[in-house]
Structures are given as structure tokens and as C-alpha cells.
Design a protein around this ligand. Structure first.
Ligand code: 2P0
Length: 325
């Protein structure tokens, strides 16, 4: 009988970012990062190890995957075969959020796949081993194994065994909101993978990133532990802008912002000046995520929706870790 398992994992948003690798094959980062798992955005993945299959097969959001994206999944499944799985796998994966909207699906995708693929093979990995496995699919996936607020350690080892994530606060321990303002579709930006490589090689700002990101991480760790909303927001916003400064000064430039991205940043700063505490962060795309307190969620959502170019606003709470369904 083929072994089958279904797992679900949420996406996450980094409050201190991952941008740069010390090992590209293992996705070992140049710096640690810290994120919030997002309950509203998840991937559900079913994996079946089937001895009759001649090759790995994948369907993502109803589309049969071929070529380089399938090869990337097969390489990841090789890591699961290294752990003891045999034969080939059929995987079917669905995101509950719009993938084409430039919202990262690799974090939730590889976290769900790591859990489903190992469980289907009868392998019982502890959360740390799962985080290490998910990291090899996509760096940010190491964080999506856990719920709430999560730190992913840089690690020092060349084999990556000390580069895994751990939870700092469980979802129930601190209630905040992350509003995701989704913009109208724009030309597809540079992938994170190639963008990171170019930035580390060419941005004159990258050394400054490396010199200062450790202090951001330390400040964020303390602010999250103290549930200090303003401090978390200030450090997250500054760290996001610093990462984008390294992207923008990459040659050729990696400018993920569109005009509405900048309008949203101004709107968030203006709302804050008017007395609504909120802070923005932006990843490798044009969409803007805004941190606020639960009681401000409705007002902030309507303010963000009123910015021209905003198509939709998703409201996320701190979400759970990856689970078997
Ligand atoms: C982050 N990003 O910390 C940062 C901020 C984008 C900007 O992690 O190459 O998809 O698969 O390890 O994890 C996106 O990068 O990259 C990312 P790979 P990944 O969330």
C-alpha cells in the first residue's frame, strides 16, 4: 500500500529579514531572521509514495508541474529519500491565497511538503529536523514549521545542522494583526533566489546590512519577548527599508516597489502620525504588509483599501505551526 499523508503549513512574514546565503545548495543564510506565522495564508499538501511511479509527479493549484519547478521539487524529495523514503512521490498542493498576487508561497509550500512527505514515508521527524529539511527547499520555510513568532538561526556549521528555526512566542501568547495589502498585478520581479545572489555580489550597501542585522535581531527578539508593539514595529520597518536599500543598490537594480507600494508606505506613516499605531514591511515583491493592534484592524483595513492600486486586503493573526490533517 502506498503511504499517504496530508499536511498544512502557514506562510510567514519576516520582521527581521533573510537576504543572502552563505551556502546556496543548503540555503544557509548569512544572517538569522525572525518572523510571524500568518494564520490566514496556508498551503495544504498531500504526498503519496507510490512504488509504481517512474518519476516524481506534482500538481500545484490544479496545474501539472513540469520542467525546472518539478526538478526543484524532485531535488527536495531526494532529501526525503536520503532520510529513508523509497520510490517516487505524487504530490498535490493547494494554496488558499492568490499565488499569482506575488505573495510568497515557498515558505508555506516547502513546510507543508516537508511534513507531508516525511509522514507519508513513515518517518517521524522532530520539529527541529523538519525545520532543517524544510530549509533545504526554501530558506523561509524553516520558519513556517512553527507557529507564532519564530527565529531562524544562522548557524555556523557547514552541514547546516545548527541552522534551524525555533518558536519564541506561541500564537496564543501575543495577539497582533498583519494586514496584507495586495496590489494590482505588475511585471514579475526578480526571484528571491537570484536576487539574493546578485545583492551579495554587487550592492555596496550589503556590508552595512551584515554589520547591523545582528543588532536588529537582538532588538527584535527582546521586543517580541516583551510584547512591545511599538518597538517591534519600529525595528521591523527599519530592517525592511535596510534590506530594500541593499536590493535597490544591486546592479542591475532590484526595485520590487511599484507606485502604490510607495503610496502605502506614506499612508502608513501618515496614519501613525495621526495616532493609529501601524508599521509596514515589504518582501521581495510590491505588496505591503502592515502590523497593527487587533482593535485597529477594521479601521486600518479600510484605510489601506482606499489607497489607489490596492486590490484586496487580507487580515492575518499569528498562525499555527505545520500540522498533519
Ligand atoms: C524573508 N524573503 O526573510 C525574506 C525577505 C524575501 C524577502 O525569505 O532561495 O523564498 O528559497 O531560500 O525563502 C524569500 O526567500 O528564498 C525570503 P530561498 P526564499 O522572508
Amino acid at each position: 500500500m502506498p503511504g499517504t499523508a496530508t499536511a498544512r503549513a502557514c506562510s510567514n512574514i519576516a520582521l527581521v529579514k533573510y537576504w543572502g546565503k552563505r551556502d546556496a545548495a543548503l540555503n544557509l543564510p548569512t544572517n538569522g531572521s525572525l518572523s510571524m506565522t500568518l494564520d490566514g495564508m496556508h498551503t495544504t499538501t498531500t504526498v503519496t509514495w507510490d512504488p509504481t511511479l517512474a518519476a516524481d509527479e506534482a500538481i500545484v493549484n490544479g496545474q501539472v508541474i513540469t520542467g525546472a519547478p518539478l526538478a526543484k521539487l524532485a531535488t527536495f524529495l531526494d532529501r526525503v529519500r536520503d532520510l529513508g523514503a523509497t520510490g517516487h512521490a505524487r504530490l498535490e498542493s493547494v494554496n488558499n491565497f492568490p499565488t499569482a498576487a506575488g505573495l510568497a508561497s515557498s515558505a508555506s509550500g516547502f513546510a507543508a511538503l516537508a511534513l507531508a512527505a516525511t509522514a507519508a514515508a513513515g518517518l517521524d521527524l522532530d520539529p527541529r529536523a523538519l525545520s532543517i529539511l524544510a530549509r533545504q527547499g526554501s530558506g523561509s520555510a524553516s520558519r513556517s514549521i512553527f507557529g507564532g513568532f519564530v527565529e531562524w538561526y544562522r548557524g555556523e556549521r557547514e552541514d547546516g545542522l545548527d541552522s534551524y528555526a525555533e518558536p519564541i512566542l506561541e500564537p496564543a501568547e501575543w495577539d497582533v494583526r498583519m494586514l496584507v495589502a495586495i496590489l494590482e498585478p505588475a511585471p514579475k520581479p526578480v526571484s528571491s533566489r537570484s536576487g539574493m545572489t546578485l545583492t551579495t555580489q554587487t550592492s555596496p550597501m550589503y556590508p552595512a546590512w551584515l554589520e547591523t542585522v545582528g543588532a536588529d535581531l537582538e532588538a527584535m527578539r527582546a521586543a517580541v519577548a516583551a510584547r512591545d508593539f511599538e518597538r517591534v514595529g519600529e525595528v521591523a520597518e527599519a530592517n525592511c527599508l535596510k534590506m530594500h536599500a541593499t536590493m535597490i543598490t544591486t546592479r542591475p537594480t532590484i526595485l520590487y516597489w511599484q507606485a502604490p507600494t510607495v503610496s502605502l508606505m506614506h499612508r502608513v506613516m501618515a496614519l501613525r502620525a495621526e495616532g493609529l499605531p501601524c508599521y509596514f514591511t515589504i518582501d521581495a515583491g510590491p505588496n505591503v504588509k502592515v502590523l497593527c493592534r487587533p482593535e485597529d484592524e477594521a479601521r486600518l483595513a479600510s484605510e489601506l483599501k482606499a489607497v489607489p492600486g490596492v486590490r484586496e486586503v487580507l487580515i492575518c493573526k499569528p498562525g499555527p505551526g505545520a500540522t498533519i490533517l
